[in-house]
Ligand binder design. Structure first.
Ligand SMILES: Cc1cc2nc3c(=O)[nH]c(=O)nc-3n(C[C@H](O)[C@H](O)[C@H](O)COP(=O)(O)OP(=O)(O)OC[C@H]3O[C@@H](n4cnc5c(N)ncnc54)[C@H](O)[C@@H]3O)c2cc1C
Length: 425
């Protein structure tokens, strides 16, 4: 059976590899010149079941409202995008009600944990290397109440087997001496030892090469414009000059899945949420972080990734805009300096980047069939596409083959949005 996948980011490449392993004839169509050149290029590097709850937590509207007109806010809503976001935004807030949020958080944790296991077997099968570190990460707090709330919500994590350890500020410095400069401001930290970090770009490039050698065809610089449909099924994907035919079609085009699927009459509630990162080269003898750090106040991560240090984060509802405003980057730069001045982070030695997280309205990815018979979707992973890539690819492969998946696929089905007719929008 022939399968065409649109998109060679984390989700498309992982799906291609796993489908090929199951014997499918797989072709990947990617508009860029290689794998992972868009949102999967320079992300925060976290594979983190312990931090996989949706961003629309109860009360998420407060920081969003406070951000209006502020260029240095960690989460920012641009006034110009408000009219376009009204419908999606209302549903985003609707999903932040406590009960719904808890249910969605559980679905994400299940998929994220399954995905981390799937990554282990993928590594064993392929032997690929991508700067993986397995000592977990440190979530640091300056605010007593935020620390207490997180400790309370960690009870849910322990019930699904995710361990965590609360640290005093002295214990935090013992684990990560580079944080000594903010010791007095820290009220404590939580260490999540089961999580991992790794370079998503290196992973995609290595896995794509492995998949290519196993028989997956990658057609780069090939943009899919529209669909040819007959009797309720796709008969071909249409590029500028080409027509691509298969038995099944999987859309894994990140944030661009939404406009692409609209062309075949499939509506998915996914919007781009922009984030930034800065990458510094770390010379072999220079000091670096020992362990990845998540700053809870700023929603920013600092991740050491074999020879580089990545500072990533912030969230901006800014449509498909890919500019790099100096004010946004200054926030990341200032934070990195504040956390670790001895790392001598020089802006001259920095590479800045932004990407568009494909954010679903409930913060849970959309995986599986659509109303078009042979068309599947694998997107909407928001800030968790690296964490969930391998598990999501397994789900797609199981659903496509008609096998029973290892985890319940219902919470991830596109049909969930049709099942809640009372939902606004
Ligand atoms: C700042 C930042 C930090 C992040 N940190 C983390 C983290 O620490 N951990 C984590 O788990 N996740 C993180 N994420 C999220 C993660 O990076 C994304 O969820 C993930 O990259 C999405 O992968 P994707 O394959 O769906 O999309 P993409 O990587 O964007 O891939 C989609 C591909 O489809 C191609 N495409 C689109 N339209 C077409 C078309 N019409 N024809 C052909 N090709 C097309 C694009 O060129 C692109 O290559 C972060 C994101 C950002 C922005």
């Amino acid at each position: 059976m022939k399968v065409l996948i649109v998109g060679a980011g984390l989700i498309g490449v992982t799906t291609a590899y796993l489908l090929r392993r199951r014997g499918y004839e797989v072709t990947v169509l990617e508009r860029r010149e290689g794998p992972a050149r868009e949102t999967s290029f320079a992300n925060g590097g976290f594979l983190c079941p312990s931090a996989s709850e949706p961003w629309n937590a109860p009360g998420c509207w407060r920081p969003l409202l406070a951000s209006l007109g502020r260029s240095d806010a960690a989460m920012q809503l641009r006034v110009a995008t408000l009219p376009r976001l009204v419908g999606w935004g209302t549903r985003f807030l609707w999903n932040s009600r406590s009960k719904i949020f808890q249910r969605n958080a559980q679905s994400n944790q299940r998929l994220a944990s399954y995905s981390l296991d799937a990554m282990r077997s993928l590594r064993e099968q392929t032997g690929i290397r991508y700067g993986r570190a397995a000592q977990g990460f440190l979530r640091i707090f300056r605010d007593e109440r935020a620390l207490r709330d997180t400790i309370a919500s960690n009870e849910r994590l322990s019930s699904v087997g995710i361990s965590s350890r609360v640290l005093t500020s002295a214990e935090t410095i013992e684990l990560e001496p580079a944080l000594i400069h903010i010791k007095d401001r820290l009220v404590g930290a939580i260490h999540y030892p089961g999580d991992e970090t790794g370079d998503a770009y290196r992973f995609c490039v290595a896995l794509a090469e492995h998949a290519r050698q196993a028989g997956v065809e990658f057609r780069f610089q090939t943009e899919v414009d529209s669909f040819e449909v007959h009797s309720g099924g796709v008969t071909a994907l249409l590029g500028r000059c080409d027509r691509f035919v298969a038995d099944r079609y999987v859309i894994a085009a990140g944030s661009y899945s939404t406009p692409l699927l609209q062309r075949v009459g499939v509506s998915i509630p996914v919007q781009p949420v922009k984030g930034y990162s800065i990458t510094y080269d770390v010379p072999p003898q220079a000091p670096s972080l020992r362990i990845a750090v998540l700053d809870d106040d700023w929603h920013v991560v600092l991740t050491p990734l074999e020879g580089i240090l990545r500072v990533a984060g912030t969230a901006e509802f800014a449509g498909y805009d890919l500019t790099l405003p100096a004010a946004r980057l200054r926030t990341l730069f200032a934070l990195a300096q504040q956390l670790s001045p001895q790392l001598r982070i020089e802006s001259a030695n920095a590479r800045s980047w932004c990407g568009l997280r494909p954010m679903s309205v409930d913060g849970v990815p959309i995986i599986g069939s659509t109303a078009v018979r042979n068309l599947l979707v694998n997107t909407g992973h928001g800030p968790l596409g690296w964490t969930m890539a391998a598990g999501s690819a397994h789900l797609v492969a199981d659903l496509l083959a008609g096998d029973s998946p290892a985890i319940d696929p219902t919470p991830f089905a596109l049909a969930r949005f049709a099942r809640h007719p009372t939902q606004p929008g």
